[in-house]
Design a protein around this ligand. Structure first.
Ligand SMILES: [Zn+2]
Length: 255
């Protein structure tokens, strides 16, 4: 399985793209602005999307992909996997014929260009030889993290989360955890804001990482624009014993 980072920033700005991860050529995790850099041919190859949650930086390009690839989707609808609460939020607030057309009824309700498939935390979706496990995480809205499993390799992605009890025991259950991408959005000086917004800061991430018995390579992601250097430096100070990297747009992992 090839894992390609299309976007990993907590916001926009020159060279910055929000969260989107491409698995091989056909599966997206989140639909932030990073996916907008793909050529049309690659957008057409995407068959399904897994959404961590409903926040705009993770879904902003979903309606635009449908518009850009509309003709191809008429006979080959994009399948969007998400929590029922996420699906409801997108139906109510995005595909509501006000903010954007209801593409679940276009070109017709019988033959739409995309469809939602509800998933639950704990569920494992198998696609060919790839397995994608949804994990409950704690954010301001119902949210998932994902583990991508192929052969005996595991790549974990936290999605947006704050301190939580669910992610770490699940990661500990794997015999081998090769890589972990985990969010850390705010610096320690904004720890209260991080708590309110349902995100990690370096000190809360350090505390949670004490629960992890594996020693994977760790990449931190979703840092606020303009604060990346500060946040990453605080991460390195707070977590001196682990192998920590800063996730970059364009990074590619093979598992
Ligand atoms: Zn969020």
């Amino acid at each position: 399985m090839r894992i390609r980072i299309l976007g990993c920033s907590g916001g926009i700005g020159l060279g910055l793209r929000t969260t989107s991860i491409l698995l091989d050529s056909d599966t997206l995790i989140d639909c932030g602005t990073g996916v907008g850099d793909l050529p049309l041919a690659e957008l057409r190859d995407i068959k399904r999307v897994f959404l961590t949650h409903s926040h705009l930086d993770h879904v902003a390009c979903l309606p635009l992909i449908l518009d850009s690839t509309f003709d191809e989707r008429v006979s080959n609808p994009l399948e969007v996997f998400a929590l029922p609460e996420t699906i409801k939020a997108l139906r109510d607030h995005m595909f509501n014929d006000i903010l954007w057309p209801d593409f679940e009824r276009l070109p017709s309700a019988e033959n739409p260009v995309f469809k939602f498939t509800p998933i639950a935390a704990g569920e494992v979706i198998t696609i060919d030889e790839r397995r994608i496990r949804a994990i409950n995480v704690f954010h301001t809205v119902p949210s998932l993290g994902f583990c991508f499993e192929h052969d005996d390799n595991v790549f974990a992605f936290s999605g947006d989360t704050m301190t939580n009890q669910d992610l770490w025991p699940i990661l500990n259950n794997y015999e081998e955890l090769g890589a972990l991408v985990v969010e850390v959005s705010f610096p320690n000086s904004q720890s209260e804001l991080a708590q309110t917004a349902g995100h990690y800061c370096p000190q809360t991430l350090a505390k949670d990482l004490e629960k992890l018995r594996h020693e994977p390579q760790i990449w931190v992601t979703a840092m606020k624009p303009g604060m990346q250097e500060q946040i990453f430096e605080e991460v390195l100070q707070a977590i001196p014993g682990r192998k920590i990297n800063r996730l970059k747009r364009g990074d590619v992992f093979e598992i």
